[in-house]
Design a binder for this molecule. Structure first.
Ligand code: NAD
Ligand code: ZN
Length: 359
């Protein structure tokens, strides 16, 4: 399966398949044969779980750079170490980097590729469900101690190779986390798709074929949005549905404690509650969505673990917050997102409603 991504700065494809790494990499043979060196960036967990598969199926010689697992790789220290590694290895503008990992490895590698010698080509080989979102669209970043994803660039990959065989070693928690971004894509694009997801037994136990079909849909939504708005001037903002409150939960917990997608799911329910005030979403729907999320094991306990005061300090650090006003993505109805300025007082009212609903 193929999904074209046509952004203003660069056109490429996401290719989706099962156990097709060799063939998918060979599709880049022209470019790779001209490259002087190939580098593979990965993290320690991904390499432990999927390194053998990678080595057995990657048809070229490469040098590997192994990062700490998960969010710990998106730091200035790791960014610095990666640049030093590339310089020592005599990486040139004719070299290629592969990002082999989840969203964290993809974000760090993309930012390294964007800035090393003012930009060298890179290819994403995502290994998580969440990365159907993060590997597409060219947002790359590392974290600053004062905020997540604060230092970064828009930089598109040469291509995205999505081999679903790599997803088999994911923990249930990571499956749950990634599936939240899939649900987000359904919520901003298609009520029928969301209904289909909500009526099945479980969204985190899809079989192989079903998962590939769902991922393709998610990638199509993302590709269409970034084609229209690469640098988040308009519709790309819709992809932040659930992320404002979600990021606050994620930050309050300490990165990695609540997985990104788990926090996004908590944020999606918050957005439904807020949307009730401005559109057609009603409490019955919000409650059924919450039940669906609880049934699938999303950790709503995290809400009561922090006070609104704790969360609000993180809310105000959102990139889109100015003068005590936050920019929330809300839903007029499922499939119809819009952006609305909300002040902190109203955020607190919704937060209180949320706590009551969960009590
Ligand atoms: P992740 O990359 O941190 O991976 C989650 C955990 O699973 C890590 O411990 C990792 O080592 C492990 N792992 C990954 N693949 C594995 C596999 N196949 N088998 C076994 N273990 C595996 O997390 P993620 O959820 O993929 O991505 C989250 C990150 O993505 C966050 O930093 C978030 O900010 C970023 N993100 C970026 C964008 C974007 O547009 N650039 C969009 C959404 C999220
Ligand atoms: Zn996200």
């Amino acid at each position: 399966m193929r999904v074209p991504v046509a952004t203003k700065s660069h056109q490429y494809e996401v290719v989706l398949g099962h156990q097709f790494l060799t063939e998918a990499v060979e599709a880049f043979a022209d470019k790779l044969q001209k490259a002087d060196k190939l580098f593979v960036f990965t993290d320690v967990n991904v390499w432990a779980a999927q390194g053998e598969y990678f080595k057995a199926n990657f048809p070229y010689h490469f040098e590997v750079f192994i990062l700490p697992g998960g969010e710990a790789c998106k730091t200035f220290d790791q960014y610095n170490a990666a640049q030093t590694f590339l310089l020592e290895q005599k990486c040139s503008r004719k070299s290629f980097i592969f990002a082999f990992g989840g969203g964290a490895v993809g974000d760090l590698t993309g930012f390294v590729a964007a800035t090393y010698m003012r930009g060298i080509p890179f290819i994403q080989i995502p290994t998580t469900i969440l990365a159907h979102d993060s590997a597409v669209g060219g947002k790359t970043a590392i974290n600053h101690p004062l905020g997540k994803n604060m230092i970064g660039a828009f930089y598109q990959p040469e291509g995205v190779i999505y081999d679903t065989a790599l997803l088999e070693s994911l923990s249930e928690r990571e499956v749950r986390s990634g599936t939240a971004e899939l649900i987000k894509h359904a919520m901003i694009s298609d009520p029928n798709w969301l209904e289909e997801l909500m009526t099945g037994d479980s969204v985190i136990h899809f079989n192989q074929n079903e998962l590939a079909k769902q991922l393709k849909k998610g990638i199509e939504v993302k590709a269409q949005i970034v084609a229209e708005d690469e640098t988040e001037q308009s519709v790309r903002k819709f992809l932040n549905l659930g992320h404002t409150y979600g990021h606050a939960i994620e930050a309050a917990a300490g990165y990695g404690k609540v997985a990104h997608g788990e926090a996004v799911m908590i944020g999606l329910v918050y957005c439904l509650l807020l949307s009730e005030r401005y559109g057609e979403i009603d409490r019955t729907f919000t409650q059924s969505f919450l039940q669906f999320a609880i049934k699938n094991g999303y950790p709503f306990k995290a809400v009561s673990d922090y006070s609104f005061e704790q969360l609000s300090s993180y809310l105000m650090k959102d990139k889109k917050a100015e003068y005590g006003i936050l920019q929330f993505v809300l839903l007029e109805k499922i499939g119809k997102p819009f952006v609305k300025a909300i002040d902190l007082e109203e955020c607190q009212e919704i937060d209180a409603e949320y706590r009551q609903l969960l009590a």
